[in-house]
Design a protein around this ligand. Sequence first.
Ligand code: ATP
Ligand code: MG
Length: 652
Amino acid sequence: MSSNESLANLLKEHRRFAPPPELAATANVTADAYRRAESDRLGFWAEQARRLSWEKEPSETLDWSNPPFAKWFADGRLNVAYNCVDRHVEAGNGDRVAIHFEGEPGDTRSITYAELQREVSRAANALTELGVRAGDRVAVYMPMIPETVITMLACARIGAPHSVVFGGFSADAVAARIQDADARVVVTADGGYRRGKPSGLKPVVDEALAKPGTENVRAVLVVRRTGQEDISWTEGRDLWWHDVVDRQSDEHTPQAFEAEHPLFILYTSGTTGKPKGILHTSGGYLTQVAYTHHAVFDLKPESDVYWCTADVGWVTGHSYIVYGPLANGATEVLYEGTPDTPHQGRWWEIAQKYGVTLLYTAPTAIRTCMKWGDDIPARFDLSRLRILGSVGEPINPEAWVWYRKHIGGDRTPVVDTWWQTETGAIMISPLPGVTETKPGSAQVPLPGISATVVDDEANEVPNGSGGYLVLTEPWPSMLRTVWGDDQRYLDTYWARFENRYFAGDGAKKDEDGDIWLLGRVDDVMLVSGHNISTTEVESALVSHPKVAEAAVVGASDPTTGQAICAFVILRGTASEDDGLVEELRAHVGKSLGPIAKPKRIMPVAELPKTRSGKIMRRLLRDVAENRALGDVSTLTDSAVMDLIQAKLPGAS
Ligand code: ATP
Ligand code: MG
């Protein structure tokens, strides 16, 4: 079909940014890593595994005798929490701050590695006292506070896989995840602070545990965070953290587990449908999160201050707040609240206060800051920043350039990192000291990673063409299965193409062979026989000075097959005047060609997003095609959909 040429030739982005010479000169990882990994991929990963402290060093790297069920470093034994905490203390870095915690109301706490070791030991002893044994699942439903990280590490320490459920989810979502993982203990808090108010968590757990299928939960451990008084209590089940954890010994001897011991279950965001319980294990996962954090963020643990703004309830929080940075001995910021509480400069104020050098956030946050205005970050001293990361969705070139200019002072590399809950760690990303970056492109698979773009028949596409993103070799932090459902693992990821992992994302290779993510395969539009990527039309809209955010879907159309339907959020000062829609259509036509001009453009106040901030195009498609909405369990705010529906009289 004509898909390849149209996918490939739409977007033209010629801006290039070379790595700053000082960064290139001292970078943790240089171009040589690609060559070493290329000549001996497994040898390269065996070398990376030696970043970790093993009780028993693995002699085997990959067992792929039963594909697609991988075993990495199978005869090695290690303790993940020991690697993230104790070994830094033993190496003489106990006084280094691990976590600078900033609560939304302004309370703060800095925790050194030595303190973290004592806290994690106490929590591990407490969980053991509650009868948690290696292999038992622990559900975690918490705000962004230090106890959350401590709980995850305590679980890892005793070999109990955690299942972290995002603190904004409803009782139904919590219950479904508790049931699916058959959790035995729940760790939660009375509440957390969101937008200046305490919001309850314990009441949601109570409601979840009243539902059938959750009877195996025998204890609920509750951190007092907000001090709300109306907390109901189930005797014999509910326990205060301060009653149980504080009296424990602050010593705990970590036991080593096999490299393939389960570390956690985490459900995907639900952007495309019902979330999947992704299983990650210990040795391979920790190897790759530690390596990628070292390589992509160029972490210098003695001098850097790192901040990942994700919630720990998402994979980004697991891999790049907890396991990667702590395995590397980083000093990091943990912030509880929202970016605009109490004012729209809160993030930049925090970055200035702690002298943040490495920042990792999502395109949705960057576009929101663009909407709020350039003058807000300009009020703060962000001069210590040296690398900016992006993850979660394709980043529109205009947002990328804004991020670099207004947050990074036009000096810092921006690394657009592509990966998924399933991949466990970053897979495709520039290296800040090596890659000449291109706004909007994740560009190159990291050393040791094999990714490419294929057509419908699984043939690799030539440079300049588009298709499906696939991973062609197993990688250490790959998911091991979908929890309790091997068949879904096979069907979702390994059935589309033989021996290749199907990521579900569309992508193209540019003339240099660099990879551009084009959004989900389900989101690609077919207009008059041409495949058009939602991402590219959105990026064209966002490159117009009046547009801050855009979401594009294909709605079925009697004449063109699908018609492009765009929902846009305007920038702070722009208004929805008469000529605007025509102006935007013309702008898209000029940037991408007349075929890509949206048939309808609707200015809206908000877009439907998952709780991790991703645009849920499938719901907009449901609206545009006059259907009942699909699964909305991971949607932030269902009122958004009512507003949008109200704007679309008789859409079809
Ligand atoms: P579900 O699988 O339940 O529909 P989800 O795919 O949104 O949810 P995640 O695992 O959190 O769940 O997100 C991974 C997806 O996010 C990727 O498959 C891709 O679509 C998108 N993504 C992440 N990072 C990038 C990036 N840098 N560029 C483009 N897309 C990205
Ligand atoms: Mg997905």
